[in-house]
Design a protein. Structure first.
Length: 250
């Protein structure tokens, strides 16, 4: 028996990276999974990778309220309710304070806080009692690293939402937790490789600051998401789970 047999899971931003790995892991454990993503080609490939019998892709942008309405309307029309919601969307421009623009601020807020807030809000009517909600945080939220202040602030806001909603939804037995990855081998992280460095050199530089001496694999983040999604974490709510190789711990 799988840990999520008979459950319905929703993962936003699931076309690739941690989102896709988590959606696939949930399906492997018995869940029926709804995936979202902005790019149809990548989303279709993700659904095919999991298997059409176990997954449905709903193209859309998690920062667009009409797209979120369409996502949950699709689930409702299928006669399903939601047991696991992983609001995985998030990203932001990187750069020092002196270069941050108003557009950067709006984008960071929209991609992280706005998407998390309205994904969970729109899901509420379909969330089963005792459901698990997972928000996408980041180790940057608690580190004070230079050059990532805007992203860190947005993710600190997401972490705060997890605490507040864990309290707000406790009477329904709904658990809300945040998952905080450190650098993981994804296309987004690879895209942050500084000019003049190869990806391998960049990863080696990042790994030098990680007690375990490497960046994470997406499967390791997906395993942590599964833990928060399943009954293995049934007495855990309001936490931020760091999957960081010890970066924020040692």
């Amino acid at each position: 028996m799988g840990q999520l047999d008979g459950k319905v899971a929703v993962v936003t931003g699931a076309s690739e990276g941690i989102g896709y790995a988590s959606a696939a892991r949930f399906a492997d454990e018995g869940a029926y999974v709804y995936l979202t993503g902005r790019r149809k080609t990548e989303l279709d490939a993700a659904v095919a990778g999991i298997g059409a019998a176990r997954a449905t892709g709903v193209q859309g942008d998690a920062t667009d309220l009409a797209d979120l309405d369409r996502l949950f309307a699709t689930i409702g029309a299928d006669g399903r309710r939601v047991d696991v919601l992983y609001a995985n969307v998030g990203a932001a421009p990187m750069g020092p304070l002196s270069l941050v623009t108003e557009e950067d601020y709006e984008r960071a807020t929209r991609l992280n806080l706005h998407s998390a807030l309205f994904t969970v809000q729109k899901a509420l009517p379909l969330l089963n009692d005792h459901a698990s909600v997972i928000l996408s945080s980041s180790t940057t939220a608690g580190r004070g690293a230079a050059g990532v202040g805007l992203y860190a602030a947005a993710k600190a806001g997401v972490r705060s939402l997890a605490r507040s909603w864990a309290n707000e939804l406790k009477n329904r037995g709904i658990r809300v937790n945040a998952l905080a990855p450190h650098a993981t081998d994804t296309s987004m992280v690879r895209g942050n490789t500084p000019a003049g460095l190869s990806t391998e050199e960049f990863f080696a530089m990042v790994a030098a600051g990680v007690p375990l001496g490497r960046v994470a694999d997406v499967a390791e983040q997906a395993n942590a998401a599964l833990f928060l999604a399943s009954d293995q974490s049934s007495f855990i709510t309001g936490i931020e789970l760091h999957v960081d190789g010890g970066v924020n711990q040692i």
